[in-house]
Unconditional design. Structure first.
Length: 134
């Protein structure tokens, strides 16, 4: 069974809300590791600490409060490699990356979103095929 592309500093990660680049609007920029590189780019690991900022989410807020743009995301460890780690922290993989966001999708009430933050499939372009993992 082939592995999944490991994400690096060259990878593009956006929230799943409509817009660009390339199929999502809000850009998420985790800090790459300097301990493991692929084609000169540090790999991305599961971030520890506070949620990551999102810049440029185009999800429109409406007056009734049922939609809102993403301002931060928390990346889920379920989108990480089971065996490949850097300093004990799992690396992120392209096709399994998910996160919870502060953005509200259409029709989701703020109270419901606060109780269960929406899991948003991230739009991910790995931009490398040299290193894969499971």
């Amino acid at each position: 069974m082939p592995g999944d592309a490991v994400l690096t500093g060259a990878s593009t990660i956006t929230c799943g809300h409509p817009g660009s680049p390339p199929a999502g609007s809000g850009v998420i920029t985790p800090v790459p590791s300097t301990r493991l590189t692929v084609a000169g780019q540090g790999v991305l690991t599961v971030p520890a600490g506070p949620p990551l900022p999102v810049s440029g989410c185009l999800q429109q807020a409406n007056p009734s409060g049922t939609t809102a743009p993403c301002s931060t995301v928390t990346i889920a460890a379920t989108g990480a490699a089971a065996c490949l780690r850097v300093d004990g922290v799992p690396v992120l993989l392209a096709t399994t990356l998910t996160a919870t966001t502060t953005g509200l999708p259409p029709g989701k009430s703020p109270a419901a979103a606060a109780a269960i933050p929406p899991a948003v499939p991230m739009v991910v372009l790995a931009k490398q095929t040299l290193l894969t993992a499971r």
